[in-house]
Ligand binder design. Structure first.
Ligand SMILES: Nc1ncnc2c1ncn2[C@@H]1O[C@H](COP(=O)(O)OP(=O)(O)O)[C@@H](O)[C@H]1O
Ligand SMILES: [Mg+2]
Length: 389
């Protein structure tokens, strides 16, 4: 992620990050968030920017520059030593057991939540949403006034099947017909890596053969959970809303600022557009996958890269100009209806995993959430990941 957007993210989180706040009456025995702040900053006042402030550590590169420059602007000192006992903030791109064993609750801040894969992997989120739907359907019906607010998974999550569960993949192979298009994605990857489209019987037969041969292999049982089978197939949204003929999606952020009690914020991100015009029949994946990583593969990227990222203000102006009248949308649809919808979907996903997240005072997380809008302005949630970019 480029620094322009990193700055944008902090700005956005600072300016607008208080829209969806989901506090929870969590464990009263735990130290309070306010105490942590006091401990970290040495009282109410922040230290002057002398570089003599608290120590922080960043492991990895994703988001490193934005975190580092922000902390340094507050006078914090960066260390390269991950073992330093006096670290007040640890930002670790890769989760490792040692980090969590050494974590001192109430004294440190630690990015990320140890089991955030419940939210950040495709299978993790799918499982959580399905389970949540089962629980909701079992509980006695809420009063009609609240009923309207409970989202149904199928309203925002395209039909999806797991390929690592035999019955599910057989169900998919049986239901497939060539009038439909599907997208097959590895559970724990990102940037569009490992994704392909499934559009005809040949693709399905190849997929069937591949999954079967993996399962028949003698080493299959010893494979880690990231085995090639750990994939989903999802119904492809064939009619996305287009911006000047190009497909796009919207990246927004869920900040889990505090896990005890929960404080969760919404942050606006930006829109990501493809370089080429959208053609549902094209076999070129870069017109179907809006990830920047995919667009960067094009020789045209260096010339037109500015066109592949729009601010939310830009998107709002465009939708005001092009669609408000023709589609009968309220003015500033992006910042009103669409924003509320993203928040509602994010809150729903968070609530689906909340009780299972491992939380300690000082853990925090930033989850990138991607949304597609179809040509009828229906908002669909796709898959999440931990990121700053
Ligand atoms: N169901 C879908 N219908 C249409 N396009 C999709 C669908 N799911 C994903 N995409 C496209 O593929 C891209 C990558 O999908 P995503 O689920 O976000 O995987 P990754 O984690 O690899 O980014 C998205 O940015 C979007 O452009
Ligand atoms: Mg994505």
């Amino acid at each position: 992620m480029g620094s322009r957007r990193e700055e944008g993210l902090l700005h956005q989180l600072g300016q607008q990050g208080r829209d969806t706040d989901l506090p929870d009456d969590a464990d009263a025995a735990r130290p309070q968030a306010a105490l942590l702040e006091k401990h970290l900053l040495g009282g109410e006042k922040q230290p002057p920017s002398t570089g003599q402030g608290p120590v922080f550590y960043i492991g990895g590169t994703n988001g490193a520059s934005v975190i580092s420059s922000y902390c340094k602007s507050k006078g914090w000192q960066r260390t390269q030593d991950s073992q330093r006992e006096d670290c007040k903030l640890k930002w670790c791109e890769v989760k490792c057991r040692d980090t969590y064993c050494r974590f001192r609750e109430g004294e440190q801040l630690l990015f990320q939540l140890p089991n955030n894969q419940l939210l950040t992997t495709k299978i993790g989120l799918l499982r959580a949403l399905r389970e949540h739907a089962r629980v909701v359907s079992r509980t006695s019906k809420p009063p009609p006034s609240t009923q309207a607010k409970i989202l149904k998974m199928e309203e925002f999550f395209p039909e999806t099947y797991r390929l690592d569960i035999r019955d599910e993949r057989e169900a998919f192979f049986t239901l497939f017909d060539e009038t439909q298009m599907w997208i097959c994605k590895p559970t724990a990857s990102n940037q569009g890596k490992g994704i392909f489209l499934v559009r005809n019987q040949e693709d399905v037969t190849a997929l069937q053969a591949k999954t079967q041969s993996i399962e028949d292999a003698p080493t299959y049982r010893k494979m880690p959970p990231r085995a090639p089978q750990a994939r989903v197939v999802q119904r492809y949204i064939k009619n996305p809303l287009l911006l000047d003929g190009k497909k796009f999606d919207v990246r927004s952020y869920l900040l889990i600022a505090c896990a005890t009690p929960y404080m969760v914020f919404f942050g606006h991100g930006y829109a990501r557009l493809t370089l080429s015009l959208y053609d549902p029949c094209s076999s070129d994946l870069s017109g179907h996958l809006t990830n920047q990583f995919m667009q960067k593969k094009s020789p045209l990227y260096m010339l037109f890269k500015e066109d592949t990222v729009w601010s939310m203000e830009h998107l709002n102006r465009y939708i005001n100009d092009k669609f408000c009248e023709t589609k009968g949308l309220p003015r500033d649809w992006v910042f009103t209806t669409f924003t509320k919808r993203m928040q509602q979907i994010m809150a729903h996903c968070f609530l689906a995993v909340k009780s299972k997240l491992e939380c300690k005072l000082g853990y925090f997380d930033l989850i990138g959430c991607d949304f597609l809008i179809d040509e009828n302005f229906k908002v669909l949630r796709r898959c999440p990941r931990v990121v700053v970019g």
